[in-house]
Design a binder for this molecule. Sequence first.
Ligand code: KG4
Ligand code: ZN
Length: 338
Amino acid sequence: MKKDFTILGIESTCDETSAALLRGGKTLVSNVIYSQIEEHKKYHGVVPELASRAHAAKIAAVIQEALQQEHIDCVAFASGPGLPGGLMVGRVAAETLATYKQIPLIGVNHLEGHLFACDFENGEVKNRLKFPLIALVVSGGHTELWYVKGYGQYKVLGKTRDDAAGEAFDKVAKLLGLPYPGGPQVSKQALQGRRDAIAFPRPLLPGTWEFSFSGIKTAVSYYLRDHRDINVPDVCASFEQAMVDTLVAKTLLAARKYKTNYIAVGGGVAANSLLRQTLEQRAGKEHKTVFFVDRKLSSDNAAMIALAAYKKLEYAQATGKPLRPNININPNMKVRSW
Ligand code: KG4
Ligand code: ZN
């Protein structure tokens, strides 16, 4: 690839319409994100039909703003996992542009994007990640633990059996009458509460690397049903602590088991301050380093999609292996080694 090889990334898997330009696998020239939060707020969650319509309405303008009349060499888009309508909009936009410009089109896995987002620092790709590492990808739609040997070399250890971590935050927020998205709201309330006020469960599911958060959420709903005079900050603080303890315990267990000193955390929930502090502190005691995604790139964005595509191209070039274009959309796409 030439030095200034420029990739246009497109992201539309859930409720952010985003386009970004990445030059030379290094410099983020633009990263335009249109968030649909206002459209979904009154429903306390993402409404797929509304999301598809909003993506369709915004994608052309978002791409135009990101392009800034720059030359591009490749178009990359998130081809899964995600909501079918949004994926379709992203694919059509990406394919139309790539066909018109006669340049390559690459589909990338959205979750891989969340991991690679950890490589950015202040708008530059710093290749911070060190391998092998344990990756914790925690978002509104997914919670997964992977053993990652190197870029594109994955072993998926476990996923959530029910709610994703962000989804649990969103549902608890809804139970408490707090606005969507729930994560930041619950966190804010938690700052005024006591973390040991209520003993919510820590579902560790020993013997598996899977997660299950619906039990914590149900425990919160029973607590609210069975008590009068609810102290919202105490509920938030105790719930957040239970979520964080569970995520941290399993991640550290995996790092020990797979004998690695590196951990990476990406996805919307990676913005959570208690998770960041607790994992950093507990991992530090075991001389393990944690790479957290920059908060600006923790939520869905196209910068991470462009970088994932760049890494795939770089890998194909270095190894001589054919690149799998992966352009068929797949709402349930699994993470696969390259
Ligand atoms: O990665 P993301 O933007 O979208 C998906 O791919 O799902 O993640 C959004 C999720 C939402 O559930 C939101 O409540 C959660 O991330 N979130 C947080 C925080 N900020 C966002 N959860 C806990 N604490 C936060 N500070
Ligand atoms: Zn995401």
